[in-house]
Design a protein around this ligand. Structure first.
Ligand code: TXA
Ligand code: MG
Length: 370
């Protein structure tokens, strides 16, 4: 299939007639059962008609995604939620007031109109009202309900620009809307409102602290804080290997200088073995690294910058054919919880803790979790 590509230059401002026309055409494609990738404020989505079971089947096929992993339904007006949910608890209205439109997804009991194909067979439905103006227009033009996972091939990092959508989806979908780089860079926070107290199933830009402030107390899925809990994550998608670059990624936790020294030592061993090495580092430490490739994820003090760059630097490691990737570790407070959640998944939870200075036996790697 030939994939049409359109560009929206003024993604956050007034649209030109041509751009408006392009979005209308995209809406028509979705209404007819086609698939269109589009920008949102979090990551690019791969959209189809959420109320059409065939569209959902096509989405799973295009992504190579297991069909038990449900899709998020995107709306462009709060009032549209009533048609797709069976009940709207007061907590949902409260957090919609506080965070919608924006990077938050709510799990609610589903209405009969929502096909099981869209919810991966579940009786609940994930709903999100994005703030990105292009996303909102497209949703409105396509009938009001777009099912959209992130627009990457299953298992790969979510796309933060149209370039990476093209890499994964060219020839597999009807259209790609290029709206430039996304603002947040990590997928929406998911909160389950079918349990009491509400529970975060995927951390994101809307943090636990922000939700606590509006709802009193919210829980967090134990599998997010303890990957060894032995329990299955409540968001089916969180159980799959995810965000993974092609190279093997190791997170190194320790003081800045120690971390750089350890990574340089590993990179020397990689070089001797003929493996290309790369590091994901912060501005403050960057010049200490001696790996073949050095990518800056942002300044340690700026979590939003780190979030925005994470998936991009993972993709860049693939672009440059890096085989051994090392990353600094980050605090798990606030937005850091979402950053570390994605980074740990990308690394398959491979973390090296550097508790102190190296001793005679070399680096302490006892706590390495392969
Ligand atoms: O920011 C985002 O949320 C992006 C943009 C495109 O909106 N979308 C996105 O979708 O990240 P996706 O499909 O990549 O991730 C959706 C996650 C999956 O982990 C899925 O298992 C979970 O949401 N999910 C969807 N419906 C669910 C439900 N009814 N119950 C529990 N988890 C659900
Ligand atoms: Mg995804």
């Amino acid at each position: 299939m030939e994939t049409i590509r359109i560009k929206i230059k003024s993604a956050l401002g007034e649209l030109s007639c041509e751009e408006e026309q392009g979005l209308r055409q995209a809406g028509e494609l979705i209404k007819k059962g086609g698939l269109v990738a589009f920008p949102t404020e979090t990551v690019y989505g791969l959209g189809g008609d959420a109320l059409n079971p065939d569209s959902s089947r096509k989405i799973y096929a295009a992504k190579g995604r297991p069909s038990d992993n449900p899709l998020i339904i995107h709306i462009s007006r709060f009032a549209d939620i009533h048609r797709i949910v069976d009940q709207l608890p007061e907590a949902a209205v409260k957090i919609a007031d506080a965070f919608w439109p924006g990077p938050l997804t709510m799990i609610l009991p589903k209405a009969d109109i929502v096909p099981r194909e869209t919810t991966g067979g579940l009786r609940t439905v994930a709903v999100r009202f994005p703030s990105h103006p292009v996303a909102r227009k497209l949703i409105a033009y396509s009938g009001g309900y777009i099912a959209a996972p992130s627009a990457n091939l299953s298992g790969k990092p979510s796309p933060t620009s149209a370039k990476y959508v093209c890499e994964d989806m060219d020839g597999r979908i009807d259209m790609i809307i290029d709206g430039g780089e996304v603002g947040i860079g990590l997928e929406s926070t998911i909160i389950d409102l079918t349990v009491e107290p509400p529970r975060i199933l995927r951390p994101g830009y809307v943090t636990q602290e922000m939700l606590d402030r509006v709802l009193g107390k919210v829980d967090i899925d134990v599998t997010i804080i303890d990957p060894d809990s032995g329990q299955a994550p409540k968001a089916p998608g969180m159980k799959y290997r995810h965000y993974a670059p092609k190279g093997s990624l190791t997170i190194v936790e320790g003081a800045a200088e120690q971390t750089a020294a350890y990574i340089n030592e590993m990179a020397a061993a990689d070089r001797a073995a003929g493996r290309k090495s790369g590091v994901i580092g912060t501005t403050e430490v960057l010049e200490q690294y001696r790996t073949d490739v050095v990518k800056c994820i942002g300044s340690r003090g700026d979590e939003e910058e780190i979030a925005r760059n994470l998936f991009t630097v993972l993709r860049q490691m693939d672009d440059e054919g890096v085989e051994s990737i090392y990353s600094e570790s980050f605090s798990e407070k606030g937005l850091g919880q979402a950053i570390m959640n994605r980074l740990l998944k990308a690394a398959g939870h491979r973390v090296v803790h550097l508790p102190g200075r190296p001793n005679a036996q070399g680096w302490n790697r006892n706590r390495m979790e392969p």
